[in-house]
Write a protein of this length. Sequence first.
Length: 216
Amino acid sequence: MHVIVVGGGRMGRTLSEQLIKEGHDVVIVEVNPQKCEKLARELNATVINGDAAEMKTLEEAGIEKADIVASVTSKEEINIMVCLIAKSIRHCKTVARISRPQYKEIFQRLGIDIVISPESAAATYLEEILTKPEVVDLAFIERGDAVILEFEVNEKSKALGRKIKDLEYPKGSLIIAIYEDDKLIIPDPEVKLKKGDKVLILAKNEVINKVRKMFR
């Protein structure tokens, strides 16, 4: 597949790395020239320095043949704009990273296929959603029935010092990844959560508040 990833930050880079490993044709669009140089040196991908909200930049990235456009910058308005422009040019799958999950349904009504919230999501898991729909029921996420949440373990968290297998997280939720010192690891039942760990959880809407209580 031809995939355009907008944003060369942590999430964009990790997502690109996973897609490249799967053998997909990846084009990264990033506005920061220093990040572009670093990404071009370290990844086997085409890297374009430019504003993806401009038509000419998307055309340079190959929007006319794109299968997926994933805009995962830290700026929600840019991500939404990029997806809407991409949809107007080509009928491809679009993904937007947003910071206000309360507007998720509105964004989807605008035509954005997948909305990831809140601020962070597991890029490795996102790659699974995008390229291997048999792994999860994609429609379940697209309907807005579930979200990916990120929590940081602190000294007040009920999860602090507990092993994954001992956590009493509610039915309808699943720990999908952990960031340990910015290193993404797949959760093992024996892993003990430490202060500063960032835990990524897929949760149905009805159990979100119960999940929050584990980490706050």
